[in-house]
Write a protein that binds this ligand. Sequence first.
Ligand code: UT7
Length: 319
Amino acid sequence: MYSRIAGTGSYLPEKVLTNFDLEKMVDTSDEWIRTRTGIERRHIAAEHETTSDLAYRAAVAAMDSAGVDGSDIDLVLVGTTTPDLVFPNVGCLLQERLGIRNGPAFSLEAACSGFIYGLTVADAMLKSGQARRALVVGAETMSRIVDWTERETCVLFGDGAGAVVLEASDEPGIVYAKLGADGRYRDLLYASSGVSKPKEEGESGLLRMKGNEVFKVAVKTLETMVDEVLESNRLDKGEIDWLIPHQANIRIIQATAKRLQMPMERVVLTVAEHGNTSAASVPLALDVAVRDGRVKRGDLLLLEAFGGGFTWGAVLVRY
Ligand code: UT7
């Protein structure tokens, strides 16, 4: 028994914030942002738009492309660090709006790795017969936790959502999934606003990152992870058709591609247009490449992510 991706969808809020717009807000330049990160613009949710609104639009598109409706779905899983509410979770909010009446719905907090974590959990639940067809979403409104006065971080993030319909199948499918985490790095990337922890003096609760240190661990961890993916699946470098990475920084993506000996033409890049949309970035990139015809049925895809926690993960998919 396998699980396979039956459809993909994504949604980006209408408002676009360019590097030139950011030049007017903080002491930065288009040149710095482009050369250090590869980002040119990002989308920002409207004031009334919440994470579940973005997730809903992406989910509808994914369900349309899979040719299913709410009655066909029996598991909803949403990767997000920016939920609408403490509870009900975004999965339940989606369930209600999409007319899904069967099975569990939950969200999963793993920062930028949220979608990869969600996909892995859904795959395991489908394989074990606990569900037949899952809606797996990555959705974020990072703009709500970014400090818009801090140039080190505010230039990096964007809002958006991506989704897939994953269904039980006799054919592959997801052929491999591996997750990891290391909580010792908690202080390198975090947002301290929470529910049960009292706020400390001078704490903003907004996203904080020691970018340079995160960068080094991200590159090293992703390199080790892709080596493991190749070894565990007895794959030679060059056998993967498309790398669909988390879109945090073009330089991190280039390092991973180099490790896999993959030319950049076989890497799906959305970082210039979307920035870092955290848990939404991988399903957004996947949907872009499916819809523009680059990713075709039968292609072997490597999806990977790294983020706050630290958390990381990779999923190998025969699309
Ligand atoms: O998605 C979750 C995981 N997150 C990531 O993977 C992000 C990982 N980190 C990164 O992508 C990069 O470290 C950044 C893009 C965040 C920063 O790039 P960097 O090449 O590591 O720059 P840096 O932090 O070492 O800063 C270099 C210089 C500093 O100035 P000095 O000290 O050399 O004078 C910064 O103050 O660039 C300065 N700087 C800026 N200058 C203009 C930092 N941010 C900006 C800015 N505009 N926005």
